[in-house]
Every structure is written in C-alpha cells, then in structure tokens.
Design a protein around this ligand. Structure first.
Ligand SMILES: [Zn+2]
Length: 352
C-alpha cells in the first residue's frame, strides 16, 4: 500500500527549553502526581482483562511483557502495539473524567499560561503542519480540542479552524480565552454519540487530532468515520513506546508521565503503520521528538532527592547532564526511539 506513495519527509527534534518551565510541576510535585497515577492505575487494573489488541483487534498473547506502577503490559504479536492488560470500561473513563473535572477549571478568568502554551507548544505544530501541506488548505476541524490551544494557534496563522470536544467546561474555558485573544469563539461542545457523525459529515480539508487517538475508547469507530468522510488530510500526534517507558518501569517512585492514567497503550513504529492502514491514509511528513532524556534527568533528580543526597550531588547532576539534554535526545529522535510522533497524512484514494 505504501509502495506507490513517495516516502514521508522526516523531521527531528525540538528544543526542550520550554519544557522545564511549562512542566515544572513534574519536578516539584512528584509525590502528589505519583499518588494520583497509582490510584488511576489501580482502578484500571481492576477492570476486565483485555483479550484483543486495542488497535488491530488481533488476539493478544498470554505473556505479560512488563508490569509498571501496578499495570501489566503486552505487545501485540500481530502489529507490535503496546497494550495495557485491561479494558477501558465506561467506569474507568468516567472516573478519569470526573477527576479531571474535579480540578475545577474556572471558566471566567484569563489564564496567563494559555497564551504562553500556544506560543511555546502549539504554534510550532501549526507551523509544521502548514509547511508540510503539499497544497494550500485552510478549513481545519480539530477533534478532542480540549480548551482549544491548537485551534487558537491555527487561527493566529490564518486557518479557518474549528474545534469540538466532549468536555463542556474545557470548551467554555477555551472559548473565553480565545474570545479574549482573537474576539471569536470557534469551539463547540459535542456529545460522544455525535462525535463520529460530525467527523464523517465534516466539510473540513484537514482533520487534526493532537494527543487524541490514544484516548479514544473505540478507535475503530473513529477510523470508520474518517474513511467515510471527504476530509483530505489528517494531522495527528501520538505517544510512542520509547526510552521514557523503560525509565518509568525502572524508576517506580517517579511519576510516570507517559504511561499512566488515560494513557493505557502506546504506539510503536510498526503499530503506527497499522494505524495508517486502518485509516486508509499514507504518511506525507513525520516529525519525531521526545522528552525521554528530560524524563531521565527528572527521574535522577527526584530519586537523588528521595535518597537524601547533598545539594552538591544535585548540583553536579544539573551541571553535568542538563546542558546535554537536547543533544542526547536528538540521537534518540533520529533513531526513532522517542516519545512523540507528529504525522501529516493524506487519504490513500486521493493521494499523489
Ligand atoms: Zn495489534
């Protein structure tokens, strides 16, 4: 299927400078984050056993590959996808969702971090998308838009972007922020039942799903909706099985950023190909970067702290490792062993 298409344009790495500021919480609030992750994982591990691959639906092998923070994980022998050993039942999803609501988004205040996150995280994604499109396309539908950072960034670059999400409070919050910045409210709340129909009927040229596919309870329904639609391009990001997951397994007292809570499964280089096959798309452009080495640094710092080492020890680690983070990460990125993949794809039946 891929043979008749030109190989994708591959891009690597991104400076991690933004990360320490944006995700400072990971360094300073490890105990609370870890406790929450363990609680969510315990609930997940209490759900019925998963017997089929979340992605390709092949029967999973009986052998557990590793256990981390209380959850068993297995690689699918058909597509290579890393599956959590349990089903994401409605009970589990509702508990996660209610916990998230519990963080109490106050809808009517202006969040100073909102614009900063757009500048540091979302504008680079929009710029990458625009630079990778083979022809101009402006109508964009962002699914699982949350509070609309990507939609806002896309509008700042002149795209006619709309967003939909099942979380009404995030939609209200995001519309309030975007109205303040751009004088428009491009986000709409949708119920889960309507979600797939909205995709299938959309008149957008580009569908974006940033950090969304891994959260879908029934990804097959999304694949079918996209295939049934007339949307030409799909731009998505997915979490990848990489060095970070190994580190999380090795450092059980450090908050597992990549594989916990709502992240119960991970893509691999082979299951990413299966994803494109299921969507009937081919890859035009792929951008790989990760925060694996930042996770290594954070895991070491946190563990030194727990071990009661002197200030001199942490200073020596900071001075020794922190300046090398981007260079080390770049090696992992180029070796395709990094935690995030962004991909611009095009429908197979309309492709070049
Ligand atoms: Zn599979």
């Amino acid at each position: 299927m891929t043979a008749r298409h030109a190989p994708p344009v591959r891009t690597y790495s991104k400076s991690s400078g933004f990360y320490q500021e944006v995700k400072k919480d990971f360094f300073t609030n490890n105990a609370n984050l870890l406790q929450t992750a363990r609680r969510q994982n315990a609930l997940y591990a209490a759900q019925p056993r998963r017997t089929r691959c979340k992605l390709c639906e092949a029967e999973l092998p009986g052998v557990v590959d590793f256990t981390s923070h209380g959850v068993d994980y297995l690689f699918c022998s058909a597509c290579g996808h890393l599956n959590g050993g349990h089903e994401e039942t409605a009970t589990f999803i509702d508990a996660l969702y209610i916990a998230e609501e519990g963080e109490a988004y106050a809808t009517h205040y202006i969040d100073a971090q909102y614009e900063r996150r757009i500048r540091d995280i979302y504008l680079p994604k929009v710029d990458y998308l625009r630079a990778s499109l083979p022809e101009p396309a402006t109508r964009l539908l962002d699914i699982g838009c949350g509070s609309g950072h990507f939609v806002c960034a896309a509008r700042m670059r002149g795209l006619e972007a709309q967003g939909i999400d099942v979380n009404k409070r995030m939609i209200d919050f995001g519309n309030h922020q975007i109205a303040n910045l751009l004088g428009t409210t491009p986000l709409a709340h949708t119920r889960e039942e309507e979600f797939f129909e909205l995709v299938a009927q959309s008149d957008a040229q580009i569908l974006s799903a940033i950090g969304v596919i891994e959260h879908l309870r029934e990804p097959q329904r999304f694949f079918a909706a996209f295939r049934a639609s007339r949307i030409e391009y799909l731009f998505y990001s997915i979490p990848m099985f990489s060095f970070s997951v190994m580190l999380e397994h090795l450092f059980q007292n450090v908050f597992p950023r990549q594989l916990s809570g709502g992240h119960t499964h991970m893509f691999t280089e082979t299951s990413f190909q299966t994803l494109n096959e299921r969507l009937a798309v081919h890859s035009l452009a792929e951008w790989r970067f990760g925060v694996d080495i930042m996770d290594l640094y954070r895991s070491c710092m946190t563990t030194l702290g727990e071990n009661g080492t002197s200030e001199q020890m942490t200073t020596r680690l900071r001075e020794g490792l922190a300046p090398c983070i981007d260079a080390l990460q770049a090696q992992l990125d180029q070796h395709h062993f990094c935690s995030i993949l962004h991909c611009l794809t095009r429908r197979d039946n309309h492709g070049p």
